[in-house]
Design a protein. Structure first.
Ligand SMILES: NC(=O)c1ccc[n+]([C@@H]2O[C@H](COP(=O)([O-])OP(=O)(O)OC[C@H]3O[C@@H](n4cnc5c(N)ncnc54)[C@H](OP(=O)(O)O)[C@@H]3O)[C@@H](O)[C@H]2O)c1
Length: 268
């Protein structure tokens, strides 16, 4: 996939601030003082109201007594899947530049180590951590949560960026089993495993959290000839996000919000 320099301003989407109404706030309210981030706000927001970014964080998991509230405030703890190159890496740099703490990961231990070392040199020892995680493996994703808890205690922003097109551009009838399995397990199963673990982690956090699912070509319903499988998986990202928003709303979980994020807009 193409490597791009992304400036996806997810950071500010997690900014605390009272939002008692169910109406979507204006972009300016979300990104005060940062005009370059406002365009992304709309794309990063849930496409259907789901508690509309209640910035208050309620303690999750039920239990008696009033919920413990803790506002989200920077610096944020951010976890980005598939962040050793491309958009994930660009995002990691952007958050680090803003002073946040970042957990990076990918399938290659070598790449994680080398990218982490480079980022540590630039942004300091205590801001970036890295671990191996194949998002298609449930045990890896659980281990990623354990790693993040161990290093940072909680995660404010979890970005599901890891994705694959298997570098395959041909009609479906010519596409190999391996390419189909790679695309579908990464973009669909991997995303579901990550959302499940991220929600489980975040609703027990007093600060709650925001999960961003990166979509892509096909997510708007338009055909994607020569990468039909990829387009179908990206279309499903939109559906998954909406269903998770509905599930959270159904369970009155107000402190975790799932968003779709379009990575093809808003580059620097
Ligand atoms: N590039 C674009 O123009 C574009 C446009 C719209 C949407 N997107 C979406 O944006 C996201 C990133 O795209 P990109 O172009 O930046 O991709 P990329 O350059 O190919 O980078 C993908 C990253 O994900 C990691 N990765 C791949 N499979 C993984 C897995 N199973 N588990 C964990 N990490 C994995 C890769 O590292 P390892 O190989 O070491 O695991 C790498 O760090 C994808 O979801 C893509 O669909 C991209």
């Amino acid at each position: 996939m193409a490597t791009v320099t992304a400036s996806l301003p997810l950071r500010a989407a997690a900014r605390a601030g009272p939002a008692p109404s169910r109406a979507p706030p204006s972009d300016a309210a979300f990104f005060p003082g940062r005009p370059w981030q406002r365009g992304l706000a709309a794309r990063g927001r849930p496409r259907e109201p789901a508690g509309w970014f209640r910035a208050e964080a309620l303690s999750g998991g039920g239990g008696g007594g009033p919920p413990r509230r803790e506002p989200m405030a920077p610096p944020y703890n951010v976890l980005i899947t598939g962040s050793t190159k491309g958009i994930g890496y660009a995002l990691a740099r952007k958050f680090l530049k803003a002073g946040d703490n970042v957990v990076i990961c990918s399938r290659s231990a070598e790449r994680v180590e080398s990218v982490r070392n480079d980022l540590k040199k630039e942004f300091g020892e205590q801001h970036v951590w890295g671990t191996v995680c194949d998002v298609r493996e449930g045990k890896d994703v659980k281990a990623l949560v354990d790693f993040a808890r161990d290093k940072l205690e909680y995660i404010d922003i979890w970005i599901n960026n890891a994705g694959s097109n298997a570098y395959s551009y041909k009609p479906l009838v010519e596409t190999s089993d391996e390419a189909l399995i790679e695309v579908i397990t990464t973009n669909t199963l991997g995303l579901m495993l990550c959302c499940r673990e991220a929600i489980n982690m975040m609703w027990n956090q007093p600060r709650g959290g925001h999960i961003f699912n990166i979509d892509g070509a096909g997510s708007d319903g338009r055909p994607t000839p020569r990468f039909a499988a990829y387009g179908a998986t990206k279309r499903s990202v939109v559906h998954l996000t909406k269903s998770l928003q509905a599930e959270l709303q159904m369970n009155e979980v107000n402190n975790v919000v799932v968003h779709n994020l379009s990575a093809w807009h808003g580059y620097d």
